[in-house]
Design a protein around this ligand. Structure first.
Ligand code: ADP
Length: 303
């Protein structure tokens, strides 16, 4: 099994006492890669396709990825740029995020088609999100789509989480068009219903699944917080209840990212749809019972 996740990992600064912040590393597609690395057998290869700077902070991020078992051969080094950063603030128990990412090196991850082909060669699964698309310019998005199409023609499967974040896009029309375009070139689409309802106006999760299936995806898996996961495959829709949590919700960061990891690791290991959804909800349920995006004790290796 060879997985390649594409996107941006950022420095995370989380409150750690009076005027102190703890530094970590996270980012939606990176979180999914990290969980998949922990779920898949040791022989599987999990690689991250991204770009960072040549500075000391970028070095620390790449060292962290490598120490976590993620292959960094295709994390490109861009001189004169650095990694993005976000700071978590907690006011009256509510978390909010401030981002510094507009000039990050990751925005240049799709400049060179030959580099993309090399990074994607031999991948069984390629994973990316709407955030991956949002940080790229229009030309880079086209280069990435073309590289994904070549990889699919060579036998890779593509999984895409629309992860709709309007603040990262220049305008809503470009956002919706780019997301629909990428979903049309994906085998598996993993949307979250609340985002889809807000931006595409879907009346229910089945409508979301049907829209992406109509676009061309062979399998659509719609997440909806504690409500049932809706799957759509071969013209058939199924509802999979999410088990009631046995632990209180502490922090829902990375619920969707970790669900995707659990689902994909299980589905690609040959499990049926129902079991793969159960693997996704089980990982996500444990992740939201712990603080932060990367919850170490939320997962145990499959096989
Ligand atoms: P996202 O983080 O992308 O918005 P969701 O909120 O839809 O994703 O949640 C993804 C998954 O996390 C759900 O399918 C479910 O398995 C789990 N989850 C999220 N919130 C809860 C909750 N309150 N109770 C149980 N499971 C939850």
């Amino acid at each position: 099994m060879h997985l390649v996740a594409i996107g941006e990992c950022m420095v995370e600064l989380a409150p750690a006492g009076d005027a102190l912040f703890a530094m970590g590393f996270a980012g939606d597609t990176f979180n999914t890669a990290w969980y998949m690395r922990r779920l898949l057998p040791a022989a599987a290869r999990v690689s991250y396709l991204s770009a960072v700077g040549k500075d000391a902070l970028s070095d620390r991020m790449v060292d962290f990825m490598a120490a976590e078992g993620i292959a960094v051969d295709h994390v490109q080094r861009v001189p004169g740029r650095s990694v993005g950063l976000y700071l978590i603030q907690v006011t009256d128990g509510e978390r909010s995020f401030a981002y510094w990412r507009s000039c990050s090196a990751a925005r240049l991850l799709a400049e060179d088609p030959a580099r993309l082909d090399l990074a994607l060669a031999g991948a069984d699964l390629i994973y990316l999100s709407g955030i991956t698309l949002a940080i790229l310019g229009a030309d880079a998005r086209s280069r990435l789509s073309a590289a994904l199409a070549r990889a699919r023609a060579a036998g890779s499967k593509v999984a895409f989480d629309p992860n709709i974040r309007p603040a990262l896009w220049s305008d809503p029309a470009t956002m919706l068009q780019s997301i629909s375009g990428m979903a049309a070139g994906a085998d598996i689409v993993l949307p979250s219903y609340d985002d889809e309802a807000r931006h595409f106006g879907d009346p229910d999760p089945v409508a979301t699944a049907q829209r992406y299936a109509g676009n061309g995806a062979a399998l659509v898996v719609v997440k909806d917080g504690p409500k049932p996961v809706v799957t759509w495959q071969a013209g058939r829709s199924d509802r999979h209840p999410v088990p009631v949590l046995t632990m209180p919700v502490v922090d829902t960061t990375a619920a969707g990212d970790s669900f995707n990891a659990g689902f994909l690791a299980s589905y690609l290991s040959g499990e049926n749809l129902g079991n793969a959804v159960a693997a996704g909800t089980s990982v996500a349920g444990r992740v939201i019972a712990g603080p932060g995006a990367l919850v170490r004790d939320a997962v145990a290796r499959i096989g």
